[in-house]
Design a protein around this ligand. Sequence first.
Ligand SMILES: Nc1ncnc2c1ncn2[C@@H]1O[C@H](COP(=O)(O)OP(=O)(O)OP(=O)(O)O)[C@@H](O)[C@H]1O
Ligand SMILES: [Mg+2]
Length: 455
Amino acid sequence: MVENCVRILRRAGYRCLSTTDPQRALAMIESERPDLVLTDLKMPSLDGLAVLRRVHEIDASVPVVVITAFATIESAVAAIKEGAFDYLPKNFSVDQLTLVVERALRQRRLSLENRNLREQLQTVLGLENVIGRSPAMAQVFELVKKAARSEANILVLGESGTGKELIARAIHANSPRAPQAFVPVDCASLPENLLESELFGHEKGAFTGAVKTKPGLMEVASGGTLFLDEIAELSTGLQVKLLRALQERQIRRVGGTAQIDVDVRVVSATNRDLRDAVAKAQFREELYYRVNVIEIRLPPLRERAGDIRLLTHAFLKRYGRESVRACDDAALEALEAYRWPGNVRELQNVVERACALAEGDTVTRRDLPEHVLTGGVRVAATAGPAAMPAVESQLAGTTEIPLKDAKDRWMAVLEASYLKRLLERHDGNISAAAKAAGIDRKTFHRLVNKHQIRG
Ligand SMILES: Nc1ncnc2c1ncn2[C@@H]1O[C@H](COP(=O)(O)OP(=O)(O)OP(=O)(O)O)[C@@H](O)[C@H]1O
Ligand SMILES: [Mg+2]
């Protein structure tokens, strides 16, 4: 019977895996993650109901169709009650089988789409979350709307904290692929071999620790959008593999031989000058053109000072809850005058902090950090030898606080200055700078973000 089913379904174009051992079936379900499970109810060693329960523990959206002899129609009903999608009598016809499989797969597609929609609603991702009315941002919105509708790969450029990820999500949410998954991959966060198996997946036993077959994120993103964050940090080896995958629209899992079709739309982001990286042979030119069919450049916050007021009010609403509602003119002026090297993220942090400090229902200058008020050149905004006086000026004025706190502050200033110089020496190449610092890329990246250093 198993062989018959497989033959019929293969002829109808489905990929099938089969076994007559229920325990083995569970292992296969876990590693292969099928879209549908067809199981007999009465089996030696493990009955169909137990299989049903286990499948739903692994993935509740997988439909299970049970096959049952007429004599046990009651158990079929019990199976439906337990969450089986439907049942087939043992003497089913070819049409009955293909019909129930078709229906079950349609239901699975719908429930996956629903799940994605729900996830997107929870994190509300449309363009309405991207705040900005400056001409520069209006242009960005126009481009996002047009570009999102196409299938073209998009490269989002901009300094750290300008909203690249927000835009990438908005592109997905406005694209025909919106019901399918948006899958972010941080290319800077993992060493090369781990990132490779994240992206392409691996077969069981491909390397020590690969105890299960795991589909890669490119497979997961198939039908949807793959967001390659910090794409400039991809190693040369992975650049080659990614390029091949995008050209052939197929991937091979690490340790595997089968070619698996993937249909992804790629949105990438970087705060580095990717064209320059191409010129310096740090980034493959063919990959550059493949991911950069449409380029969206996010202006730094200091070039859209008009948006500062708008953003401040939006963040006040978010962090001030009911208690803090406004920001007085003097404070707003200070916010507008500051250079915001950490862009919107920095503004968001400053407003959140001010909401916590504000005494009444209005944020005043008193609630803003010193460096914002003095227009203070933060280490991050200075360059080269000029950085030294800035460091000193930041070390000064700490005599009013306890030594322990002062030390923390000095350490932060020195760390930021060190990272900034190191990055400059390595032309903004995080991998190289991290190597020189003797720390991994992920830690380095976190520190760079913490100190809001621009690449
Ligand atoms: N235009 C905007 N409107 C509202 N919030 C914004 C806007 N731009 C950025 N933000 C907020 O600022 C923070 C940083 O944005 P995001 O993570 O998208 O920046 P990024 O460009 O990816 O930064 P990085 O290069 O450091 O990863 C987020 O919390 C985001 O919600
Ligand atoms: Mg980001």
